[in-house]
Design a protein around this ligand. Structure first.
Ligand SMILES: Nc1nc2c(c(=O)[nH]1)N[C@@H](CN(C=O)c1ccc(C(=O)N[C@@H](CCC(=O)O)C(=O)O)cc1)CN2
Ligand SMILES: [Mg+2]
Length: 289
């Protein structure tokens, strides 16, 4: 058996096209141009690439995008003050603070300050709470994109066992919340595994859906995967100048029914979902939702 390769690049292009049409319609109806401001602190080259791709995708979809680039030495107080001024700028609908932030800045302190209505990453505790309660304002971009990828496989998720590797605030925890909600692409039974989990391999082996987000290159191997499982790889690891995920793609694709590649899997979907959230944010702030 060789798994279906879930082409995140192609799926993201389809979503971006749909969102561009919705943006066009929104502009005609409201005369409002959705506007995202990204805040990038420091010189992390990967972050710079991601932010550039976000900006390009916005522009192609008809969303205005602005970048606030700040030096690596920026203090927490300075960053808070910049976020606060974006909060009150009525011309800005979405605020995105690119993570990770430099060491001297407490990420939580910054994310807590973002106006929840403009929080297109869905990292603010108010938005996290709404997700937990099953009445989301915004869905976090990576888990949202992953859910769309699972839906694209047409696999029935209801009652299936989804095992998430990693308990991060960006992927692991919100992913679990999305998969246990009622509805399409959800209704799953979810286990989160992490660095202290015992018998991790045995647990993963029982999964119908595996979501690997632990940042360990090629950690999930074929012997850990139940035949026919859907395998989603969130990892982006650079090993000897090669980009690999958290899944041993070549081995696992022989066992899984569907698998995402790295690159070209989850990453492009993360960006597509950001566009969706920015349009939603413009709608909310223009009184259209
Ligand atoms: N404020 C945020 N910070 C971070 C997020 C986020 O959603 N919001 N997620 C990640 C980084 N990220 C988006 O910001 C992101 C990572 C990777 C990709 C992507 O398309 N990756 C390519 C590979 C690119 C490469 O060569 O590195 C792929 O997988 O095909 C998009 C977005 C942490 N920070
Ligand atoms: Mg973790």
């Amino acid at each position: 058996m060789s798994a279906e390769i879930i082409d995140g690049k192609a799926l993201a292009a389809t979503f971006r096209g749909q969102i561009a049409d919705e943006v066009n319609q929104f502009k005609t109806q409201t005369n409002v141009v959705p506007h995202l401001t990204a805040v990038l602190v420091g010189d992390d080259p990967a972050s710079a690439v991601y932010v550039r791709n976000k900006q390009r995708s916005c522009e192609k979809a008809g969303i205005q995008s602005t970048l606030q680039r700040l030096p690596a030495e920026t203090s927490e107080a300075e960053l808070i003050s910049i976020v606060e001024s974006l909060n009150t700028d009525s011309g800005v609908h979405g605020i995105l603070v690119q993570l990770p932030l430099p060491k001297q800045i407490n990420e939580t302190a910054i994310l807590d300050v973002v106006n929840p209505l403009k929080d297109v990453d869905a990292f603010h505790p108010e938005n996290v709470g709404l997700i937990v309660q099953g009445r989301p304002r915004y869905l976090p971009c990576t888990p949202y994109g992953i859910q769309q990828m699972i839906l694209s496989t047409k696999m029935e998720t209801a009652g299936k066992h989804a095992v998430i590797l990693g308990r991060s605030e960006i992927v692991g925890k919100p992913m679990a919340m999305l998969l246990i909600q009622r509805g399409q692409g959800a209704d799953a039974t979810v286990t989160i595994c992490h660095s202290r989990t015992q018998n991790l391999n045995e647990i993963v082996k029982t999964a119908d859906i595996i979501i690997a987000a632990i940042g360990k290159p090629e950690f999930v191997t074929a012997d850990m995967v139940k035949p026919g499982a859907v395998v989603i790889d969130v990892g982006i690891n650079r090993v000897n100048d090669r980009l690999v995920g958290d899944v041993d793609f070549e081995g696992v694709k022989k066992v899984a029914s569907a698998i995402t590649p790295v690159p070209g899997g989850v990453g492009p979907m993360t960006i597509a979902m950001l566009l969706k959230n920015t349009l939603t944010a413009a709608g909310i702030q223009s009184g259209c939702q």
